[in-house]
Design a binder for this molecule. Structure first.
Ligand SMILES: [Mg+2]
Length: 249
């Protein structure tokens, strides 16, 4: 969503028309931000003037719920570094945060992260717990510029804990596949739209979908000869909307 529908807290030009044109086709909006819930995303979009049902929003915290529920038996305890939506996601998977006996370290963005938390997670990782993270994005773009992202916390844990993280968010194909399952549509009939070559385009391609790069966010120029090659490149939301209108008739 960020860099495609809005930037920070400002809607991008053409958002209302995009939302209207795509309302009739199956769609799901993804975010790698583990500090938001589908409800808070829907509220934000409403503030920006568009109404999107919560079922059409898939956050990385919700994807974490799916991953944990598939990998761990109910009642398993995990150590969590993250904000409220990530703690909610762990509970929704039927897991607990009860001490002792943690079976894994689950990490997302925590803007109140303390040294002691890194210390506890380091001990658990060195004792053999797996590390499961919501994203590997090193920075988060905010109105005030770039700030450390989940990837920075994951990097600290990786180094201190000598652990190889499992990522449940973009660019991992499982995140896009979870969205496609929700849509009930096979990958070859899905268009993944995003502003990041590494997170959105590479991830969408790995999941088997066609991709469209938006030059309205973190990527300012069309891709070069190396790296992921999107099927389409659009400079703005109205360009994308015009293209989609042509596809849907
Ligand atoms: Mg983005």
């Amino acid at each position: 969503m960020d860099g495609v529908l809005y930037r920070g807290s400002t809607a991008l030009a053409g958002l209302a028309e995009f939302a209207c044109v795509t309302r009739s086709c199956p769609r799901v909006l993804l975010t790698n931000n583990s500090t938001v819930s589908a409800a808070s995303c829907a509220r934000k979009l409403r503030r920006l003037g568009v109404s999107v049902p919560e079922q059409e929003i898939l956050t990385v915290s919700a994807a974490m719920t799916g991953y944990l529920a598939a990998e761990f038996t109910p009642g398993t305890s995990v150590y969590v570094i993250g904000e409220r939506p990530l703690h909610d996601a762990v509970r929704a998977a039927g897991l607990t945060e009860d001490e002792p006996g943690y079976a894994a370290v689950v990490a997302g963005l925590d803007r109140d992260l303390r040294y002691a938390q890194l210390g506890q997670a380091t001990g658990l990782l060195r004792a053999g717990c797996p590390l499961i993270v919501t994203s590997l994005d090193p920075v988060l773009l905010t109105a005030d510029g770039a700030v450390p992202g989940t990837g920075a916390i994951a990097a600290a844990l990786r180094v201190c804990g000598d652990a190889d993280p499992v990522c449940v968010g973009k660019p991992e194909p499982r995140f896009f596949q979870a969205a496609m399952r929700r849509l009930g549509i096979p990958a070859d009939r899905v268009l993944v739209v995003g502003d990041s070559l590494t997170a959105d385009i590479a991830g969408g391609q790995a999941a088997g979908a066609r991709t469209a790069l938006m030059l309205s966010g973190v990527t300012a120029a069309p891709p070069g000869v190396t790296g992921p090659r999107p099927d389409y490149v659009f400079g703005s939301l109205p360009e994308l909307t015009g293209f989609l209108r042509g596809c849907t008739g």
